[in-house]
Design a protein around this ligand. Sequence first.
Ligand code: TXA
Ligand code: MG
Length: 349
Amino acid sequence: MDTIKYKFDDKVNMSMIKEAAKILQSGGIVAFPTETVYGLGADALQPDAVKKIFAAKGRPQDNPLIIHVADKDISEYVTDVPEIAKELMDKFWPGPLTIIFRKNEIIPEETSAGLDTVGVRMPSDEVAHLLIKELKHPIAAPSANISGKPSPTNFERCVEDLDGKVDMIIGYGDSVVGLESTIVDYSVDPPRLLRPGFVTYEELLQVDPRILYDEAKTKAGEKEIPKAPGMKYRHYAPKAPLFIILGQKDKVKSKIISLIELHKKEQKRIGVLAPTERRSDYEGEEVHFISLGSEADSYEMARNLFEGLRKFDDLNVDIILSEGFPEEGIGSAIMNRLKKASGYHIIEV
Ligand code: TXA
Ligand code: MG
């Protein structure tokens, strides 16, 4: 398949948005930017179009898609929106928060993977917003990566994964959040946080103190029990094995340095993922240091995480050593993705 590729430079080109919307209307699939990560979209109301997303990504059939809307009135798509969920929508929409509700008939089972619920999000990204408005239907979209790989946060990574597999890829700079949306489930009582993200658990609790989050605290080797179907699959994984070193700062540093020495002896190409402040501690001839950004800015580290993991693939390293981070605020989202990327290879020091 020939993929139409178009990247906006400094301003959005409405004729390309219209072309993308036409492709979606006629049952095609289009990768497009959002503020969280790039998405791979289809008209959420067309079952055959939605099926193409699963095929292009190699996505397991039992993994439901979330739908993206351009308006807070979602009564056509879901049966009931509790008052308190409306408060969340008012506070965080448009933005990186997905809310799960009981779905209406109009949402095909291909989109919801047979579940009677559907996740809904109203993106703040300009291109995403204009595309949904132009289509006049919600867009079903998972992250625009091949299943299992880290989510793409720019146009080039979408092209790397999806060129030749989708009808169109449109791009407009880097995703400003860099991690997928926070997901909260209002189809259950009490509501539950299923996936941490830019909108933090602490922020959600300020609106609805009943929300539960029971990510089993993961010790080395232990796995959490997935609540969102997609969270059970191997995820975000770079090609090389990734190990997270967790603990008090000085101990983490000396552990990483000793692991570097060990793997150097085995002639391995070593990747290290850590905040910029640690560059001079680790970087060396055999060590490829990728910076997450400043440790003083967790939002910057979140934004750089997936692109950093993908850079290790480009560098063809044999092993990746990553520092762990405090699990508070957006740190929980960073650690959630990093732990999955490591397959729960966590070394506590
Ligand atoms: O930020 C995002 O959410 C991005 C952008 C493109 O919007 N999308 C995204 O979609 O991350 P995806 O499919 O990669 O991740 C959605 C997660 C999956 O783990 C899926 O299993 C879960 O949400 N999910 C979707 N619908 C659900 C439902 N009805 N009940 C429980 N989990 C659901
Ligand atoms: Mg995904």
